[in-house]
Design a protein around this ligand. Sequence first.
Ligand SMILES: [Zn+2]
Length: 411
Amino acid sequence: MPSRAEPAREPEGRDVVASARELLTQAKSAIREAQADEVQPRLDDADVVWLDVREPDEYEQGAIPGALHLPRGQLEFQVEGRIPDKARPVVVYCAAGVRSAFAAKTMTDLGYTDVVSLIGGFNRWKDEGRPWKTPRTLTPEQRNRYQRHLLVNEVGEEGQLKLLDSRVLLLGAGGLGSPAALYLAAAGVGTIGIIDMDVVDASNLQRQILHSMDRIGERKVDSAKKTLTGLNPDVDVVTYDVRLGADNILDIIDGYDLIVDGTDNFPTRYLVNDASLLKRIPVVHGSIFRFEGQATVFDPYNGPCYRCMIPEPPPAELAPSCAEAGVLGVLPGIIGSIQAVEAIKMLLGIGDPLVGRLLAYDALEESFRTFKVRRDPECPACGEHAAPIVIAEYDDLCMPHALAPTVATSD
Ligand SMILES: [Zn+2]
């Protein structure tokens, strides 16, 4: 048996195993490094990606403003999803410039053409008094709750923080408002306003899944708040137990990023349309009737508005409100969920929202159809020659209404 002092054999191939220092030297010879003085002027250039490859605990204590955080260990598998354009200029940095050199080498190997590694890393950057800030991050509880969002590049931590900062107003805590509110709350939309002046009735429970037997007789907004707060404590639910009218709509919608319209009558839809145009707040519209539903997005002045699509409401006898019309209980679940999807896409600025498109669903046929909706240049509300918008009270009878208020009879 060989003794400890006499190894059986010399390690083979010693000369081809590189030391860490040699690897670093190799990496550095294959990439470009840059001094802080050279790259700092590019902080304001929106095209430049600042990529922070440190570990989460290092990043959370301070980072270069606007940096994309992707720890070195996840780089190979995630960078192409996070930075799809391989020609985009990237400044990659770590704490001292070693990990970033390896990261830059990896990215060059992956085909990125304009990557530089910051010499001295974040530590020297900070010591030299250059701009940095403590990034806002999700708490460990939030990281766990929204894990499946974080795994989707289009959402990620940045998108989740955006959702948590978002404010969505739901018009109605009924058939459409219920699924929309549940999914928006579950997704972590930070502020959800709900306006509804009804009380929970047993006949609502066939479709209005925010409510339950023990809430019968309760204000719908209070019932909704209990359900949503119980689902996600991150959500601030703001309730409006009032009738939406010309006197209050501008105040109520002010400050919201988006409106999800689940109202069931024409006068309110026109009122909402005109007010949302004035305040330039997008409206995610949904409607249901028997076995059919529709959804679209009205993005003020970027797409058609409700008046472009339906210049005049149909006569009252052809347009019964939900109080009178029957509806399959599942139907609002489908349309309200589509509204929630569209709301999240609009908030995150991803995908192709239903702006200028009307999605029509037929439950009996089990079919979806999409129709183009064009902006009407002569639209009395959003057209080129439209008169200033007047927010006026509409009558309750779903009567046709133009910008000049009609005289309503009271008998
Ligand atoms: Zn219009």
